[in-house]
Design a protein around this ligand. Structure first.
Ligand SMILES: Cc1cc2nc3c(=O)[nH]c(=O)nc-3n(C[C@H](O)[C@H](O)[C@H](O)COP(=O)(O)O)c2cc1C
Length: 483
C-alpha cells in the first residue's frame, strides 16, 4: 500500500474562488484551470460517487480516472470498484447506467469506499501537475455521504472545504479528527424524531486501511452564510477552527436560502427578499475572519466593490459554469451562451422545484425541464436519492422519502401530499446536464434542467472570439481587468 505525500504549504487566501457547482459542473478540469491561474479552483463533491461510476461505465476514454485510482492508497479497494463498474469501450448508448445504492445513514462498505475513492480521484486530478490550491464543495443538506467524501478529498490533499446549505457547525472538528485518521460521527436530521433520538453517520478511517496513512493536512474551512446570525453562530459554536465565510446573496446560482419570515411571492411567483435578508457587512467584518462575497459579484466592478468593502475577494459561479472547462454538456453551454448574449432568456427563482424545500434558480431554457410540457412528460422516479429526507417510521426505524418521487410512494411513507406539488427530480436532471443522463426501460432519457444566478450580464461581457465559447482563463481575465 502506498500513500500520496501530502504537502503542508502556508495558505495565502485567494482573491477569486470559483464556486463549487453541483452536480459535476465544477469538475476537476474547471477547478484545475482556475487553480493553475493562481486562484481557488473548487470541485463539487455532490453525487460524485454516482458521477464516478457513470464515467467508468462510459469507458473512462482518456484514462484519467484509472490514473487517479493508481495513486489511491489501497489498490484492493479500487480494484473492487473497477470490477463492479468499469466497462472498457463504454456501455451501449441505449443501455441504462448501473446505479449505486441510494445513500443512507449507514451505507454499505462498497458505497463508503466508492465515496472515498471518487472524492480522492476528483481532487487528485484537479491538483495534479501544478502547485495551485484546490477546494471541495459539499452541502450540509446532503449529510449522509459527507464523512467519506471529506476523507477521500483529504487523502488527496484538498486545501479548502467549502460548505453551505445548512449549519455545518460539526464539520470543522471533524476535519481536525480526520486529519489524524480518528473516528468521527455526524448527526443526521431525521424528520419526526424525538429530542432524545440521536441518529449519526459514523466513520472510522482506521477500519478502512490496515496500515495508518501519514497525518493529513487539515484543510481550511469556509462556511457559506446568508445571514449575520448564522455567521456569528458558526464562529461561536463550530466544533473546530473556522477559517472564513462566503457571504452569499439570494442572487447566486443554485439553491438560495429562503427569505426570513413568512414566504411572500412576487407576481411571477418568486420569493420576495426584504430588509431582513440584507447582510450587515460591518458585523461580518467585526467577527474578524476573512470573507468573500458571492451572488452577482462576477464582474470587475463588483470585485472592486467587494475589495473596498474589506472582503478578501469574491466567489463566482455563473460565469464559470458555461466556460469550456465546466462539466455542463457542450449543447447546454452553446445554447445558453447564445440565448444569453442575444438577451432573450430569463431566470426564475422557483420556490417549489427543489425537494430540499429551498428556492432553486432555473434558467428558462427551451428544450429543458423548465418547460411545463417536458416536465409533465417525465414519469416520477427516485433512484439516485441524494435529496431524500430520512424520517422516523412508526416502528422507530428510519425510512427515506423524496418529495419528487412518485406521489403514491411518498404518501405511503407518511409524507404530506402537498410537499410533492411541482417538485422536480434534481438528481436525475443535474446528472443529465453533464452528459450522464439515465435511460429508462421505455427509452425515456432523463431531461436537463439548468441553474444559474440572476446576473447573466458577465456571460455577455466576456469576449468570445466570435463563437459561443470562452475559457475559465477568459473569465479570470475579465474579472481582473480593472485591477
Ligand atoms: C450551475 C450552478 C450550480 C451550483 N451548485 C452549487 C452547489 O452545489 N453548492 C453550492 O454551495 N453552491 C452552488 N452554486 C453557487 C456557486 O457556488 C456560487 O456561490 C454562486 O454561483 C455565486 O453567484 P453567481 O452565480 O452570481 O456567480 C451553484 C451555482 C451555479 C451557477
Amino acid at each position: 500500500m502506498k500513500h500520496p505525500q501530502i504537502k503542508h504549504p502556508q495558505i495565502k487566501h485567494p482573491m477569486i474562488i470559483q464556486g463549487g457547482m453541483g452536480a459535476g459542473v465544477s469538475d476537476w478540469r474547471l477547478a484545475k484551470a482556475v487553480s493553475r491561474a493562481g486562484h481557488l479552483g473548487v470541485v463539487s463533491g455532490t453525487a460524485l460517487d454516482q458521477i464516478f461510476v457513470r464515467r467508468l461505465q462510459t469507458g473512462d476514454p482518456e484514462g484519467f480516472l484509472r490514473k487517479a485510482m493508481k495513486h489511491f492508497p489501497d489498490q484492493e479497494m479500487t480494484q473492487k470498484i473497477m470490477d463492479a463498474f468499469f466497462i472498457p469501450d463504454g456501455k451501449p448508448k441505449t443501455e441504462p447506467f448501473k446505479a449505486v445504492p441510494a445513500i443512507s445513514i449507514h451505507p454499505d462498505r462498497l458505497t463508503k469506499e466508492l465515496l472515498i475513492v471518487a472524492n480522492f480521484s476528483e481532487v487528485f486530478l484537479a491538483k495534479e501537475g501544478h502547485e495551485g490550491i484546490i477546494g471541495i464543495n459539499l452541502l450540509e443538506k446532503i449529510p449522509c455521504p459527507n464523512l467519506y467524501s471529506l476523507y477521500g478529498a483529504m487523502l488527496a490533499g484538498v486545501d479548502y472545504v467549502i460548505m453551505g446549505a445548512g449549519i455545518p457547525k460539526d464539520i470543522p472538528g471533524i476535519l481536525d479528527r480526520l486529519a489524524l485518521h480518528k473516528n468521527v460521527s455526524l448527526k443526521i436530521p431525521v424528520e419526526g424524531s424525538a429530542p432524545e433520538d440521536d441518529y449519526r453517520a459514523q466513520f472510522d478511517p482506521g477500519s478502512f486501511f490496515p496500515r495508518k496513512p501519514p497525518v493529513l493536512k487539515r484543510p481550511e474551512f469556509l462556511c457559506i452564510i446568508s445571514s449575520v446570525t448564522l455567521a456569528k453562530m458558526m464562529f461561536r459554536k463550530a466544533s473546530g477552527k473556522m477559517n472564513g465565510f462566503i457571504v452569499e446573496s439570494p442572487c447566486a446560482g443554485g439553491h438560495n436560502a429562503p427569505p426570513r419570515g413568512q414566504l411572500k411571492l412576487n407576481e411571477k411567483g418568486e420569493p420576495v427578499y426584504g430588509q431582513r435578508d440584507a447582510i450587515n457587512l460591518e458585523t461580518i467584518k467585526s467577527i474578524g475572519l476573512p470573507f468573500w462575497l458571492a451572488g452577482s459579484y462576477g464582474s470587475p466592478e463588483k470585485l472592486k466593490e467587494a475589495l473596498a468593502e474589506g472582503a478578501q475577494g469574491i466567489q463566482v459561479g455563473t460565469a464559470f459554469a458555461f466556460s469550456k472547462e465546466s462539466g455542463f454538456s457542450k449543447s447546454i453551454k452553446q445554447r445558453a451562451i447564445q440565448r444569453i448574449t442575444q438577451g432573450n432568456i430569463s431566470v426564475f427563482t422557483d420556490p417549489k422545484a427543489s425537494p430540499t424545500g429551498f428556492p432553486f434558480k432555473i434558467l428558462l431554457l427551451e428544450g429543458s425541464l423548465s418547460e411545463a410540457e417536458r416536465y409533465h412528460k417525465r414519469q416520477r422516479i427516485c433512484d439516485s436519492g441524494y435529496l431524500r429526507h430520512p424520517y422516523k417510521k412508526p416502528d422507530g426505524s428510519v425510512g427515506y422519502r423524496c418529495p419528487s418521487e412518485q406521489e403514491s410512494a411518498y404518501i405511503k411513507k407518511y409524507g404530506n401530499p402537498e410537499d410533492t406539488k411541482d417538485k422536480k427530480c434534481l438528481c436525475n436532471s443535474l446528472l443529465a446536464n453533464i452528459g450522464l443522463a439515465q435511460i429508462r426501460k421505455n427509452g425515456y432519457i432523463e431531461d436537463v434542467l439548468v441553474t444559474v444566478g440572476d446576473d447573466l450580464q458577465p456571460i455577455s461581457n466576456i469576449p468570445k472570439n466570435g463563437n459561443y465559447s470562452y475559457s475559465a482563463q477568459d473569465v479570470l481575465n475579465y474579472l481582473l481587468k480593472n485591477l
